[in-house]
Design a protein around this ligand. Structure first.
Ligand code: NAP
Length: 619
């Protein structure tokens, strides 16, 4: 289907998408539109002379398709009428006009001395901090990125466990203005992702602004000067301070390991570590491994290491919903890579194909229907029930007729209530191996040579891996952030972190968060998309400060509170809040959710175009 859209650009002839060869449906991470192989072959056969003619004509493009035709091409790929209100977001993402919609081009509007006085400290050099650096550089604003790790990449620097890969399609999980065409797999593995961020950093010369191996420990706002003093622990263990007009926190949200407190953990005699602190020197070949936790991390580790270990014991407290992604481990064929590189707009339409079904416009399967009987905790609506049946059907297919295993892996909460795993069957098949045990009996204690469950069974282990997730509710932690009038952010927040649009906080002027509270994506999307929204908003905020002659800006408390009320009301209607879900990193100790976004992506994009001056106090 993508090739047909590219042919429209190449030939100027819309009949390519108006004929008999068309996709039959669109499903997340299915790229052929369910066209039968003969039809696909026929399209390629018809395309070849058109491509050759395009080449022989000097690759001259005919006039660009009209907006109506572009919309028709979207409908063609989506196999439905793409709603008008999400068109602007899709067009920006696709950049058919060759324009980076987020490009900052106001540097010349502002006198150099004003810009030079506006030093910005960016905390973190993962995908969001690097993006902030690129935009600040375009704005001609001086900046320093402080990164605690020894290189860029954030989560992709830290999570080096076997099997680590992204679960958002790689052709979408990259900056809209840096659409890498080289991905080896549709869902890239950690080394390739980390390299992408290294390459982007070098390409934009951001490394010159980075201080690696340095950690921000504190920052304090001075109301007299309207500036932040940022305290940094330097690589040699010393202390440095930086002065900043504004601070952008780009510290991520899922990076403080959540190590469980299990009796006897310290007495285990072999190697043991959290998944995000994987020790590459520990050889698990021929060893008995205990894997505690089977969320998005554990379910990637298990099938990767199981063939090499002597025995793998997986301790799963709560079963996880899994849904099919046939391309999860698939390599991108050379033909597709060639097409992305050489055929006009092929890559952009492929991005659309990856993005559109994940754009979160339809969250109905996650919405609680108040009239639905959810007392058994199995579903929250008819649609959610159908989703449950569909997930279960696929899970059964993967494990055959092992009823005992099916009972063990069937979640006791509604579908999509926690982060749903997507798989090509590798996880479920791994569980059927003779040398793998999935244990749902709770852990009682850890002993020198293994794990003991509450039924008294001793599970011998040479290595223990804690794939037990992250402290999601501790945003910007452990930095000590002191704002206006001495208020301390960690005390203001407790375990109820909140920010206006997930970005700004009353009482903390000129502090901007990327991937802040209430912005983690649960149903589709890509965090890089969200980061592009947030940095656009932040840069417009800086523009307002620098052009308006203001020293500081912060959101009005009532605007912030109204937003929180709307956010809360929306989240309370979503399945993630359902009381049947007792363990979830989305929830805080009180079972309340302050971490994730319930908003469709296009709404968030609209709201983050620029700060509304009516929402802010400027000083
Ligand atoms: P997670 O989803 O929080 O899963 C942690 C696992 O450890 C769960 O099975 C949890 O059980 C278990 N656990 C936690 N504390 C425990 C305790 N005290 N005793 C026994 N078991 C315990 O963490 P994660 O797997 O690291 O994933 C976190 C998030 O990172 C994901 O939601 C996703 O957003 C992201 N992630 C993404 C990818 C990807 O893109 N491919 C890969 C990895 C992670 P319960 O379920 O009962 O709490």
């Amino acid at each position: 289907p993508t090739l047909l859209c590219s042919l429209v650009h190449m030939t100027g002839d819309p009949s390519w998408i108006r004929g008999e060869h068309r996709p039959q449906g669109l499903f997340l991470n299915e790229y052929q539109g369910f066209m039968d192989p003969d039809a696909q072959a026929e399209v390629r056969r018809l395309a070849l002379p058109a491509i050759a003619a395009f080449r022989d004509g000097g690759c001259e493009l005919p006039p660009e398709p009209s907006p109506e035709l572009v919309h028709e091409m979207m409908n063609f790929l989506a196999c439905e009428e793409v709603p008008d209100d999400i068109l602007p977001m899709l067009l920006e993402e696709m950049e058919l006009d060759g324009r980076d919609a987020g490009q900052v081009d106001w540097a010349d509007e502002i006198p150099a001395e004003v810009r030079e006085d506006a030093h910005v400290v960016v905390v973190g050099c993962g995908e969001s901090g690097l993006l902030a650096g690129i935009r600040l550089q375009q704005a001609g604003v001086p900046f320093t990125i402080i990164e605690k790790n020894d290189g860029p990449g954030g989560t992709w620097w830290e999570n080096r466990y076997p099997g680590a890969r992204v679960d958002v399609g790689s052709h979408f999980y990259c900056y809209s203005f840096e659409p890498a065409d080289h991905w080896t797999e549709y869902f890239s593995q950690q080394p390739e992702l980390q390299q992408y961020f290294v390459d982007v950093m070098h390409k934009y010369g951001i490394d010159e602004h980075c201080r690696f191996g340095a950690e921000v420990t504190a920052m304090t706002w001075d109301d007299d000067t309207s500036r932040w003093t940022v305290t940094v622990r330097t690589p040699d263990g010393g202390t440095d301070t930086l002065d900043a007009r504004a601070v952008i926190s780009a510290v991520g949200a899922l990076n403080i390991p959540n190590l469980p407190t299990i009796e006897g953990m310290d007495h285990f005699e072999g190697p043991s570590f959290h998944s995000a602190r994987w020790d590459p020197d520990v050889d698990y070949t021929g060893k008995r491994v205990a894997l505690v936790g089977a969320g998005a991390t554990g379910f990637q580790i298990a099938p990767t290491i199981a063939p090499a270990t002597e025995h793998l014991s997986i301790f799963q407290r709560t079963a996880q919903w899994v849904f099919p992604n046939p391309n999860y481990h698939e390599r991108v064929g050379e033909g597709k890579k060639w097409a992305i590189r050489h055929l006009p707009f092929y890559g952009r339409w492929f991005r659309f194909l990856t993005f559109y079904p994940a754009s979160g416009t339809d969250l109905s399967m996650a919405r609680i229907d108040p009239d639905f009987d959810d007392s058994d905790g199995l579903a929250v609506s008819e649609r959610n029930l159908a989703t449950r049946d569909w997930f279960l059907g696929w899970m059964k297919e993967q494990i055959g007729d092992d009823e005992e295993l099916l009972a063990t892996i069937t979640p006791d909460y509604p579908a999509t209530g926690k982060r749903t795993l997507q798989d090509n069957g590798s996880w479920l098949r791994c569980l059927t191996r003779d040398d793998v045990d999935l244990i749902r009996t709770p852990i009682d204690r850890i002993v020198a040579d293994g794990v003991v469950t509450t039924d008294g069974t001793h599970h011998p282990a040479d290595i223990v891996v804690y794939a037990t997730g992250f402290q999601h509710n501790r945003f910007l932690w452990p930095m000590e952030i002191t704002g206006r009038d001495g208020r301390v952010l960690s005390e203001v927040w407790g375990d109820e972190p909140a920010a206006y649009l997930g970005i700004t906080v009353p009482g903390f002027p000129n502090l901007f968060c990327m991937y802040g509270p209430g912005t983690n994506l649960v149903s589709g999307g890509s965090l890089i998309f969200h980061s592009e929204c947030q940095i656009a908003y932040i840069m417009e905020g800086l523009h307002q400060l620098l052009t308006g002659g203001h020293r500081a800006m912060e959101p009005k408390p009532e605007v912030h509170d109204d937003y929180q009320a709307r956010l809360r009301a929306e989240i309370d209607q979503m399945v993630w809040s359902h009381p049947s879900i007792t363990h979830s990193h989305y929830k805080n100790a009180d079972g309340k959710i302050h971490t994730v976004s319930p908003w469709p992506l296009h709404r968030y994009r609209e709201w983050t175009k620029a700060p509304d001056p009516a929402d802010y106090v400027y000083r």
